[in-house]
Design a protein around this ligand. Structure first.
Ligand SMILES: C[S@@+](CC[C@H](N)C(=O)[O-])C[C@H]1O[C@@H](n2cnc3c(N)ncnc32)[C@H](O)[C@@H]1O
Length: 221
């Protein structure tokens, strides 16, 4: 996907134009989202959700399919991540503007962290990254968003290769599921609508569970 090519439809303010154009390209769907990363960010302020602060502290946090809003950056910032990368092929311009706007808000009490917005598909992005470095987040990346099972399997393999071996892949309301990792699942209510339950899966290897296993167990009811 050559995300940087100028294309007037991708600069349209109307998400329907972007969705329509993404269908033609065949590298994923520009579904607008909006609530999934936000739900995780808002949960991070609850007693159980505070585990995210431990999991993300000092991490290089990468959000796959970050969408239009700055909740991924806000989560990284409030949890003390080292930096944040938003990977977003269809709304990179809006994502960047949202983070910049978030940083100018007077109620933003947390120290700024460096960020990048990368206008690429998640597979192309991950293929360029070295082994064992990242902490990866995906919210709302259901099967209907991605081009197909082959693409999804390649992304899952790249996630396992690129994630730091004592970190978790955080997959919330998402079908990305690297089978070779152990998984810890948490259900939580959306803070903005308590009728909606979200499912967060933490996928990790032995080092991640050795490091954080007791903390995770302490959040079980
Ligand atoms: C349902 S939205 C979720 C957005 C955001 N995480 C949220 O909760 O608001 C899915 C996002 O994935 C992006 N997307 C689609 N195909 C993609 C791909 N191949 N690589 C990375 N992101 C992709 C879409 O543009 C969209 O922003």
């Amino acid at each position: 996907m050559s995300g940087e090519k100028a294309n007037p439809l991708f600069e349209s303010r109307d998400w329907r134009d972007r969705l329509s154009r993404s269908r033609d390209l065949g590298n994923g769907f520009a579904a607008p989202g909006g609530e999934f990363t936000r739900a995780l960010y808002e949960w991070s302020f609850t007693p159980r959700g505070k585990i995210l602060h431990s999991l993300l502290k000092n991490r290089r946090l990468v959000e796959l399919g970050a969408g239009m809003m700055s909740y991924g950056y806000a989560l990284a910032q409030s949890c003390g991540a080292r930096n944040f990368v938003a990977v977003e092929p269809f709304y990179a311009d809006i994502q960047r503007a949202s983070i910049q706007s978030h940083l100018t808000k007077s109620d933003n009490m947390h120290p700024k962290i460096p960020f990048k917005v990368i206008k690429l598909g998640m597979l192309e992005y991950l293929e360029q990254e070295p082994d064992n470095l990242l902490c990866i987040l995906a919210c709302g990346i259901e099967d209907c968003i991605l081009p197909g099972p082959d693409y999804r399997r390649k992304v899952e393999a790249e996630i396992v290769r690129t994630m730091d071996d004592d970190s978790f892949f955080l997959s919330s309301h998402s079908d990305l599921y690297p089978r070779e990792l152990k998984v810890f699942e948490q259900l939580f209510f959306r803070q903005s609508n308590q009728n909606v339950t979200e499912r967060l899966r933490l996928h990790g290897g032995k080092k991640a569970f050795d490091k954080y296993g007791d903390l995770l167990a302490s959040t079980l009811p």
